[in-house]
Design a protein around this ligand. Structure first.
Ligand SMILES: [Zn+2]
Length: 227
């Protein structure tokens, strides 16, 4: 049972092709796992097509000039296909599904990630991370594995942190999360995720996590590791 979903605003922006590729990938993966949000995206897409026929551009009113505008109006599948034209992922093909093996545990990759370029895995303690290369500067996407019994030291966020749980579970003082949960945190939150059974997450962050808890300040390398 998925308890955390993207906001309606995010789903609408996704349907309109207005999200940065890192977040679009997250919404796309969530929609693979959540029929509710998938249906909502389809409704927004239909709405967008209708407003297109009326000559109304949903993003013409955007006053902000930023990187996101580069993606405005572009079909997200085309976008992802274009971004991932140079595919160097070290993965195996099995029954048309792409799998990755991290620290001896095999995972089926969500379709939205199968053509992405990923860095080699790096590892610290019970955490392993591979960057998903989407070329969006300070907005960084990664696959993060927490091995059974592992945790991320307590931290807040200077920017935002999106965690999309792909496999397994983790918990923090706000709840217990399972596959498909789409969790967005910002600077107001402090948390200390712990995974008893281990998990794999897709994460997007726009700033290094800021570690707060006494001794954990010494662990600030974790911040840049995760970011
Ligand atoms: Zn959903």
């Amino acid at each position: 049972m998925i308890s955390c979903h993207p906001t309606q605003e995010m789903l609408e922006k996704f349907a309109n092709g207005e999200l940065p590729a890192t977040l679009a990938a997250a919404v796309s993966i969530h929609a693979e796992m959540c029929s509710e949000c998938k249906a909502q995206i389809a409704a927004y897409t239909e709405q967008q097509a209708e407003s297109g026929f009326n000559g109304v551009s949903s993003h013409a009113s955007s006053a902000n000039v930023n990187d996101e505008d580069v993606f405005a109006g572009i079909d997200i599948d085309d976008l992802i296909a274009a971004i991932t034209a140079t595919d160097e992922i070290d993965i195996a093909l099995e029954d048309k599904e792409k799998t990755i093996t991290v620290k001896g545990k095999e995972y089926v990759l969500p379709r939205a990630l199968t053509n992405m370029t990923m860095s080699n895995w790096s590892s610290i303690g019970k955490l392993a991370r591979s960057r998903v290369e989407l070329g969006e500067g300070e907005i960084r996407a990664s696959l993060l594995q927490i091995q059974p019994g592992g945790s991320v030291p307590e931290h807040t966020h200077k920017g935002f942190e999106l965690t999309l749980l792909l496999d397994g579970s983790f918990e923090d003082d706000m709840g217990v999360y399972g596959p498909g949960d789409f969790i967005v945190l910002d600077g107001k939150h402090t948390h200390n995720p712990v995974s008893h059974e281990g998990c794999l997450c897709y994460t997007v962050s726009n700033d290094a996590q800021h570690f707060t808890q006494g001794i954990n300040k010494l662990l600030n390398p974790f911040g840049s590791f995760i970011y």
